[in-house]
Design a protein around this ligand. Structure first.
Ligand code: G6P
Length: 614
């Protein structure tokens, strides 16, 4: 959940590390720190707060000779787990000698035992973190100038997950990098090497990368990368090309990444679906699934595991698999799934849905499903991510990097991909070619539908202005619009801190209706999709309790004009694709409410983009 950057090369390291770290700030932003070689020792600076604060301190506290002269370094932005976001708990941490510095993502599970052992050997600790313990462990194993074997030994001793970068004053021209369960990417530039926990920090420098495997350790210098296993055996890892260009990780004139990503949706959906629709045959081509029609026909049940927004996409997907592929489909919160002893058979397909491909609970659910012999596949956005690698088969979203903490384009691309999967599965089972052709056309029309919702931006902003001061709101929907209501409410609470609850419209009467009063609005999704007629009744129930209703309707539908205080119009779409334009409208609504409240939209309080802890 934190961000790591490291650099070795001819350029001044501090400025480069700070600017690269800023691109990772969406991963965690409660404290930050940096370490560089300094006159035979190390200079370390750490600061609570944002990377900006750290950058200001580097500029004011470090002498120009250090700022300009350091040619290597490591840096970190933190999302606190062990210990609050104080200066002492910020990374990098140093070992007992103060000559080794380390930045760490992940959790060391046996850190308390290691700490006790090391304390008995005379080590003293400055922080409450598990990461500092790991650094001391490396220091303890460091002998005869061999940092690589020290890191390998520490990796074998430490249990849990780690992505680390280590800098030692004895070798100011090299870094040691290691990975177990927490990603590390090595970017290979022209006579320079940039390492990071996430490609977003690398794209500005190079598009040639090496993804480390679990339990890999690498020695990197400006001109070389040498990868070994934790047993210190050399291995070769291929150099891949990053798909994203540096613009993809910039705001490009938008006030926030979230807004940029909302507006990218027509293109993102186009990229997700490009080359994957076969209109002639009325099906989709998803090579990464690597499943023959016969295998698809033999699937007995779909189980989607995911968290947060990805789980909401799965809930939409459930309708699609049932409707198009005649396939029983369940969606499970990944943490619930892994701890519940789920019943699985070899005919079950467990699909892990994860934008980042790093969510700890989703990953653990994949491992549990693998253990129980189910067929597993991944639906991820981040190429080379842990879930993508562990599932070994699946579909990438190709949505481009999502930097805003509140997920937007990933959701609509996930739904688009689930639609294509359901179509393909359907065509291997009972779906007719004619129906398949219709669905292909509906999918192909999605980028245009998304663009038309974006044309409503100003209208939605005006409506949002009327609700920026509310404290509570309910979102209601039916059918596929029920998960969209959940997702709309999640967006609003994530970025505006307004108490927003998503409910099935039919469930309103079973409790939440007690909350309704004139200051509690209800956003009702009343599009021209199954359940619309029933929604008319639900809206009347809300009005009868004097709750203002914001109705989301299809096209020119006028039926709700008199019933609703406000109407948000989305383009009319076939029922199967309608969740996408509605989700975009609700993203815009949440964005404008949060903007008007002056909230930190791209970095909402307490949240992190990828949750790599349970
Ligand atoms: C975090 C993010 C959410 C995201 C969820 C699952 O909570 O803030 O936006 O939906 O994790 O993430 P994933 O990367 O697995 O889709």
């Amino acid at each position: 959940m934190c961000g790591i950057v490291g650099y070795v090369g001819p350029r001044p390291a501090p400025e480069l590390l700070i600017s690269s770290l800023q691109r990772l700030e969406y991963r965690g932003y409660d404290s930050a720190g940096i370490a560089v070689p300094d006159g035979g020792g190390l200079a370390v600076l750490k600061s609570p707060g944002k990377v900006r604060t750290l950058g200001d301190r580097v500029r004011s506290e470090w002498a120009p000779a250090l700022r300009e002269g350091a040619r290597a370094g490591i840096a970190h932005t933190r999302w606190a787990t062990h210990g609050p976001p104080t200066q002492a708990n910020a990374h990098p941490h140093c070992d007992q000698s103060g000559r080794i510095a380390l930045v760490h993502n992940g959790i060391i599970e046996n850190y308390a035992d290691i700490r006790r052992q090391l304390e008995a050997q005379g080590h003293t600790f400055a922080s409450q973190t598990d990461s500092e313990v790991l650094c001391h462990l490396v220091g303890e194993y460091y002998r005869d100038g061999d940092l690589l074997q020290a890191v390998c030994a520490a990796m074998r001793h430490a249990e849990g997950t780690l992505g680390i970068a280590v800098l030692c004053a004895d070798r100011p021209d090299q870094l040691i990098i290691a990975r177990r369960g927490s990603p590390i990417v090595i970017g290979i530039g022209d006579d320079e090497t940039v390492v990071a926990s996430d490609a977003a920090a690398i794209v500005a420098h190079t598009n040639r990368v090496i993804y480390l495997n679990d339990d890999d350790v690498a020695v990197v210098t400006a001109g070389s990368v040498e990868v070994r296993t934790a047993q210190n055996v050399p291995v070769s890892r291929e150099v891949a090309k990053l798909e994203w260009d540096s613009e993809a990780a910039e705001k490009g004139g938008f006030a926030h990444f979230m807004l940029k990503e909302i507006f990218e949706q027509p293109d993102a959906i186009r990229n997700s679906t490009r080359g994957r629709l076969d209109e002639g045959a009325g099906t989709a081509k998803l090579g990464g699934l690597a499943m023959a029609p016969r295998e698809i026909a033999e699937i007995g049940r779909m189980v989607m595991v995911a968290c947060g927004t990805s789980m909401h996409a799965g809930l939409v997907g459930r309708f699609l698999f049932e409707d198009l592929a005649d396939l029983p489909a369940d969606v499970e919160q990944a943490a619930e799934f892994r701890y519940r002893n789920p019943i699985l058979s070899p005919r079950d397909l467990v699909l892990a849905i994860s934008q980042s491909g790093e969510t700890a609970d989703t990953l653990a659910a994949v491992r549990e499903a693998k253990q129980k012999g189910a067929v597993i596949a991944g639906l991820c956005n981040v190429v080379g991510s842990t879930i993508a690698r562990e599932t070994g088969r699946g579909v990438y979203l190709h949505a481009g990097p999502e930097i805003g903490v509140a997920s937007t384009k990933a959701f609509t691309c996930q739904v688009s991909v689930l639609l294509m999967m359901a179509l393909k599965f359907g065509r291997c089972r009972r779906l007719s070619r004619d129906r398949g052709v219709e669905i292909c056309r509906a999918i192909a029309a999605l980028p245009d539908a998304a663009a038309r919702v974006l044309e409503q931006n100003d209208a939605i902003a005006k409506i949002a202005a009327k609700y920026a001061a509310i404290r509570d709101i309910f979102y209601i929907g039916r059918g596929t619009m029920y998960p969209v209501a959940l997702e709309g409410a999640l967006k609003l609470k994530e970025i505006s801190y307004i108490h927003a609850e998503g409910y099935h419209a039919a469930e309103l009467k079973h409790g939440p209706i007690a909350m309704l009063e004139p200051v509690v609005p209800v956003l009702a999704i009343a599009t021209d999709t199954p359940g619309r007629e029933k929604m008319v009744g639900n809206i009347q129930e809300c009005r009868a309790r004097h709750s203002p209703v914001i109705a989301v309707v299809s096209g020119d539908d006028r039926q709700f004009d008199d019933m609703a205080a406000d109407v948000i119009r989305v383009p009319a779409c076939p029922a199967l694709t309608a969740p996408i334009p509605v989700a975009i409208a609700l993203q815009l609504f949440a964005y404008h409410v949060a903007r008007l409240k002056g909230c930190e939209i791209d970095q909402p309080r307490n949240l992190a983009k990828s949750v790599t802890v349970e």
